[in-house]
Design a protein around this ligand. Sequence first.
Ligand code: ASP
Length: 591
Amino acid sequence: MYRTHNCGELRLEDAGTEVVMSGWIQTSNNLGHMNFVQLRDRYGITQLNFNKDDDEALLERAAELGREFVVKVEGTVRERSSKNMKIPTGEIEIQVKSMTVLNESKVPPFTIEDESDGGDELRMKYRYLDIRRNPVKESIIFRSQVALASRNYLSSKGFIEVETPFLIKSTPEGARDFVVPSRMNQGQFYALPQSPQTFKQLLMVAGMDRYFQIVKCFRDEDLRADRQPEFTQIDCEMAFVTQEDILNTFEGLTKHVFKETLGMELADFPRMQYDEAMRRFGSDKPDMRFGMEFVELNDVAKGKGFGVFDNAEMVVGICAEGQAEGYSNKDIKKLTEWMQRPQIGAKGLVYVKFLNDGSVKSSVGKFFSDEDLKAWGEKFGAKAGDMLLILSGETDKTRKQLNELRLEMGNRMGLIKEGDFKPLWVVDFPLLEWDEESERFHAMHHPFTSPKKEDEERMLTGDHETMKALRADAYDLVINGAEIGGGSIRIHDRALQARNFKLLGFTDEEAEEQFGFLMGAFEYGAPPHGGIAFGFDRLCAVLMGQTSIRDFIAFPKNNQGRDMMIDAPATIDEAQLDELGLKLNLNLKEE
Ligand code: ASP
């Protein structure tokens, strides 16, 4: 027998009990006549006491234990003389009677402690050691709890979990696909799904009514802290529903998960139209944990002879409360440089400081009188001590830049409280998005998203502004400025779907070749349907107040998309290539 108890469960009441325990050596503190060893497993840490008076030979063996050795001990639980009230087992220790070393360990490349000395790459290379550390271990256990709470809720609402295939067909819309060569059909490729979108719609045609799946999705995109090439979605679809039904169901899911995992009751989620979110926050995923809303100044800032504003489509700013006295010219210069970095790309930054003595100081003081500037201040409700930060330029770009500034100032000013959660539904997204590079419209969500009923007719009128103004039954759930999920009501009518493909620049033949199976299915009694998918990794991270999703994934990839532990991707041998019919092609490329 390896154990009667784990390392996290013994308490003072258990004193006197004979126990068998197994685990890893966390630390060993050898005092010569006595050795205190901390034994660790997933459940906690228990102190082992080896004592000269009890068994000298055993004490000598204990002195040879290294960090991360795996041992089994037998002994008696007893009250500790010096207690550690920081851990649940801190009042007891095991008086060890016998010990078996089950396995030795090399010295680990970083310390297995909450604050590790290992860099990211090293931690990922030895991920199995990293997972022994509490923060990573707890994130992975938490993930399992979020999955369980989600399954329980969805199952209680009649959702059926259905698995959809991973080897599917490449489609041009969306991100880049990962592809898999077919051995049996040489020269042909499968693609790994970016999401089970078309399959879940087909399940609605198939009459499954309510589908969900906690599913891996694959997107070959450049990586950031909150992106991985393979990630997990809570993917759902429902038949015979309106947008309202979907928002209510998934607001219910979110509330349930918060309750079950954090013990937190969330109030009803506010809703905001996409246009309003862009106007007030310059973002389709505004962080609602603080205010600092945008105020537009076109009517008061233009036409006063300041060319930069006069020539701008939009003059817009935020008010940083209480910051006027604290920001020196040097600080403003630094902030301006921060805004001018290529990632943000602002041309400049105008400030107006309302100082405590009632005076006004501004970088555009030459062009505007104090009265002018005070009139701006009124629009923001600014008081003495406040500072306005103002940008100008093309509307969409300027709003995006000001969004970055708002988030930065929110952080700097400590407006974001830990443990605060502010969910928001953003609704009525545009149907289409203009892509400068390819000079054509893309689907803002995906090509299966339904336009609003009143916009169906306008869909093929051809004029650019009309296309930009089309609205979809599409929605996102945002929590604390992170996009947790998105979905839409789908097109379920063949003719409308064909019209949408045309709008997106597909020829009839292309649409038929790529999505004929879906449009074909729509001819066999497709019910009205819609759905949503939550980014599961991100949901876990946001619940735990983290920005990186990495530690919620047991075996993540690094920024180059590499698995540092198994060293993938890797080359494959000639014979394998040959079997796949790829050898010839690769050789041709080399020549
Ligand atoms: N398949 C969509 C996505 O991955 C979600 C949805 O529309 O349900 O974003």
